[in-house]
Design a protein around this ligand. Structure first.
Ligand code: GDP
Length: 320
């Protein structure tokens, strides 16, 4: 199938977040009209506001990149926020998109939807085959519900709603707040501050042994646009690099990019989370998409963005 974005009215929900803003940048070359809305214009957790805005602006296509996001500590500390806010905003947008007859919608989730001990690399079919990682199961349940909503509206109403599940993303627009961020921006900030302040060491949460996969957000946005144009089926698609590294190896790489040459110590009171979550990239590759930004070059780009202040120092709990 092929869905041409040219001349279409394309709504990017969550355009201030790291992923949404990357999708907006990527769409600039598609010849479409990009629609965005600030939180003052439409509160996505309010059904009447979402339906009124969608009815008035009538997008042809929607990228659903709005979400309440956060790292391992934030997820573990605010379960109600992560479950409720994500459930309600995705239900509001998907249902409103159905009501006004949106031609195509892409829902964005996360690799944490998969069982904690899923076989690696994790294939799309592993969904709902085992227990979730407890530190982020609230967020995961909401994202699984989003996938199911898309499938349900496809099945019952014939809507072309699809889902993409990105791996751990990083890049410009990331959240560098140490309490609520993910590991990559946290390490960039810690290494930078240690370098500037001539500190002897940086502290890494947990053992450093968990393995994680990382993808630059511009690669993710490119994959999302590719899927929007070429993919139509009810199975969600993993969006990843297909490679993973340990948190300790990542720390060493970030230290190299930033130019921090001190030591690394571990805070074992902090959780490790799931031991490994490398997603299978086979499905996306079979659809003709490959990542273009190698990890070290990507981290260099993210560090430059951090230095320019191109990041959102979000309060924990702010939606992306
Ligand atoms: P996760 O992928 O959902 O577990 O989320 P994170 O990106 O927050 O954490 C990934 C891994 O990095 C976990 O094992 C963390 O314990 C570890 N980690 C090490 N240092 C940090 C840090 O400073 N911040 C965060 N968020 N994670 C860290």
């Amino acid at each position: 199938m092929s869905y041409d974005l040219k001349g279409k009215r394309v709504y990017v929900a969550g355009h201030r977040g790291m992923v949404g803003s990357a999708i907006v940048r990527r769409l600039a070359s598609e010849g479409c009209e990009i629609l965005t809305a600030t939180r003052a214009e439409v509160d996505l957790t309010r059904q009447t506001e979402v339906e009124a805005w969608m009815g008035k602006n009538r997008p042809d296509a929607v990228f659903l990149a709005a979400a309440k996001v956060g790292g391992i500590l934030a997820n573990d500390t605010y379960p109600a926020d992560f479950l409720y806010d994500n459930l309600i905003l995705e239900a509001n947008i998907i249902h409103a998109a159905h009501k006004i007859g949106v031609e195509k919608l892409m829902f964005l989730g996360s690799s944490c939807i998969y069982p904690k001990f899923a076989d690696q690399p994790i294939a799309e079919e592993s969904l709902l085959t085992g227990l979730l990682e407890p530190t982020n199961e609230w967020y995961a349940i909401a994202k699984i519900a989003g996938i199911k909503l898309c499938q349900a509206y496809r099945r019952q109403h014939g809507r072309d709603f699809i889902s993409a599940m990105p791996t751990n993303l990083y890049g410009p627009g990331d959240n560098f707040d140490l309490q609520s961020s993910h590991v990559m921006p946290a390490l960039i900030r810690k290494a930078h501050e240690a370098k500037v302040n001539r500190l002897p060491e940086i502290t890494v949460w947990g053992t450093g042994k968990p393995r994680r996969e990382f993808l630059h957000v511009d690669d993710c946005a490119d994959a999302c646009v590719h899927l929007m144009k070429t993919y139509s089926a009810d199975v969600h698609v993993n969006v990843g690099s297909g490679e993973d590294i340990t948190i300790l190896e990542l720390t060493q790489l970030v230290a190299k990019v930033v130019g921090f040459s001190g030591g690394i110590v571990h805070d074992l009171a902090k959780p490790d989370g799931t031991p490994r979550k490398l997603m299978s990239a086979e499905k996306l590759r079979a659809l003709g998409w490959y990542p273009r930004i190698p990890l070290e070059a990507g981290i260099t780009n993210a560090y430059e963005a951090f230095l320019k202040g191109e990041y959102l120092e979000r309060r924990q709990g702010d939606a992306a």
